[in-house]
Structures are given as C-alpha cells and as structure tokens.
Design a protein around this ligand. Structure first.
Ligand code: PSU
Ligand code: MN
Length: 321
C-alpha cells in the first residue's frame, strides 16, 4: 500500500496544532464553485476573520497542485478565488486530483478527509450536501436511484464537529434528516429547536437535541466519541435573523431552480453548483447576502467550540497533574 501522506500545513496551522491551540477547518468548494466572484472572496475574508476573532486559527482545505493542504493562502488562494482550472473534489476525487497534480476545491466530504488526517476537530461550512430530491429522470431509470452526497458517509466516519446552517431545501430534507439518524450522526440545534434550511430558519423538522453554549456542544462531542463512536457531531445554527429569508418565498425559487436543472439535464457533481447559481440568480442576489452572513456566523461559532474543546483538554491535563 502507498504510504499515508499527511496534508501540507501552513505555518500558522502547523504551529497552532503543535501547541494544541484551537483550529477551524474551512472548505474551498464553497469558494471555487458555490459562490460567484467577488462574493467568494468576501466569504473567505469574513470566515477567516470570524475564526480569528474567536481566538482560533482558520485552515482552508484544498488540493494545491496535487498536494492535500490545510491553510490555503497567498497566491494559491488567489488561484482558487479566480476559479480557473480548479475542479470540485469530493472524497472519491481526492486520489485522482493528487495523482494528476491538479488544483481541487474540497467539498465537505473531502475537507473532512483532510481535517481527519491532520487531527483538526472542528469544521465550519454553510450547508452540508445530502439526499437530493428524486427527479423524473431518476424515476425513469429506477425507483431506487437518486443522487446522494458523499458528505453523508464521510460525516459518518470523521470525528469532527461540523457547524452548518442545516441543508438547503434544494435537497430532500426529510430524507436527509432520516439518513443522518441511520448513520448515527448526532444533530444539535444551537439556540434552535428546528432544523434550519440554510436560507431560512424554518423547515418544519423538529430537532431532538438543543444546546445553547459552545462548551455544552464540546462536552457532547467528547461524550459521543468517548464510547468509541466515530461519527461527526453536526451542529446546526439558523441563518442570522436580520437577513434570513421567509421559508415559503424560498420554496418557490427552489422549485423553479429544480425545474430548470431538469430541463437542462444537469446531473452528478454539477447539480449542487448549478442549483446554487440558479437560486442566487432568481433571488437577484438576495440569497448571497444570507449565504455570506451565515458562513460568517458559523465560522464564529466553530471558533468558540474549538476554543471550548481545547479548554477541556487543558482542564483534563490540569486535573491529572
Ligand atoms: N451547500 C451549500 N453550498 C455549497 C455546497 C453545498 O449550501 O457550496 C457544496 C459543499 O462543498 C458541499 C457540496 O460539500 O456542495 C456537496 O456537493 P455534492 O452534492 O455534489 O456532494
Ligand atoms: Mn452528487
């Protein structure tokens, strides 16, 4: 078997990890595929600043010219923000991108693989991928077939706390919710009792666990892993209330985007980026404001949780000595 190669770390990330200081992983697919130019740059700046303000070190994950990297910055980050020749990389694409020496923007799934390899325990993103809605093409081919993100199985094997705003209603939310349960992935509502739907706080899906403090979330994650569980702990936070969109308005837009995707025969990895772009066009950019605001607030919460986790370790070490 080929030797295990750990990701390349930026000096800041390397130092923080060596000193056991809080680090928050960030994905790059949202920058290179999920958001348009120039909002992708604003997102990178706002997320990294929010992590730093929370006392943690941001670590953007990516495949940089074939090397798994945590702490994408400088000229490399610029290339990703200009999006030229940067492919979308999910977990199964990692090996191909590395072998080909390519630039690859990592999805939640691929970011989890890199975070795991580097020992990073907290990750902030916008929305996770999930079970897509069944299209009429799916029905034509087979009753069983439908698109399902690799984010879900990867969440099921990564001991990482993932902070997000739920999943977008471009997905089949009830099916996604059920799959999270099947996979044994705890979902904790941060200051909410309802699963958020990314642009909106309301989806009508009731959560079973709510926790209003970062230290409480850190404690739940430690307990979850203490019995030998290997799944992520998913923390869901509603979008900031001053810019969240009404659920019914969003539904119309999403339905229109789905019709357009079907008509154009969009499928596979192009589906998520296509739907995101269509939603932003149909809301005349309003969805982008929410998107940036929630990315920032998720990054801030992740930094708080990462700090609480390191305090727990400090506390445990302190009590042993
Ligand atoms: N959801 C969003 N914005 C995004 C994505 C999802 O609101 O940018 C991206 C993430 O990188 C996620 C990926 O991991 O899309 C899921 O893609 P797929 O469904 O092809 O697995
Ligand atoms: Mn897919």
């Amino acid at each position: 078997m080929a030797p295990f190669v750990t990701p390349v770390l930026s000096p800041a990330v390397r130092e923080a990890l060596a000193r056991k200081r809080p680090v928050v992983a960030l994905e790059s697919s949202v920058l290179a595929q999920g958001l348009p130019i120039p909002e992708n740059r604003h997102a990178a700046e706002r997320m990294q600043r929010a992590v730093q303000s929370g006392g943690a070190t941001p670590a953007i994950a990516a495949i940089v010219r074939g090397r798994g990297t945590l702490g994408l910055d400088g000229a490399d980050l610029e290339r990703f923000l200009c999006r030229e020749g940067v492919r979308k990389v999910s977990s199964r694409d990692l090996g191909v991108a590395i072998a080909e020496g390519a630039d690859g923007a990592t999805t939640v799934a691929a970011t989890l693989v890199l975070a795991r390899a580097a020992g990073i325990e907290v990750f902030a993103t916008g929305g996770i991928g999930g079970v897509h809605r069944r299209t009429s093409r799916d029905l034509e081919r087979s009753r069983q077939l439908r698109d399902e993100s690799a984010d879900l199985p990867e969440l099921a094997r990564s001991r990482v706390i993932v902070v997000c705003a739920g999943a977008k209603s471009i997905l089949d939310l009830p099916a996604t919710w059920e799959r999270l349960e099947t996979l044994g992935i705890p979902v904790i509502g941060y200051r909410t009792d309802e699963l958020p739907g990314f642009f909106t706080a309301q989806t009508g899906i009731s959560l079973q666990v709510r926790c209003d403090t970062a230290s409480g979330i850190a404690a739940i994650a430690r307990s979850h892993w203490s019995v030998g569980n290997g799944q992520s702990v998913l923390v869901v936070q509603p979008p900031p209330s001053d810019c969240a969109m009404p659920g019914d308005e969003m539904q119309e837009v999403i339905d229109a985007a789905l019709v357009e995707a079907e008509r154009k025969g969009i499928e596979g990895p192009m589906t998520t980026p296509f739907l995101l772009a269509a939603v932003s066009r149909l809301t005349k950019g309003q969805s982008l404001d929410v998107n940036l605001a929630l990315l920032e607030s998720n990054a801030a919460l992740a930094a708080e949780i990462a700090s609480a986790l390191t305090r727990e370790i400090d506390g445990a070490e302190g009590s042993q000595s």
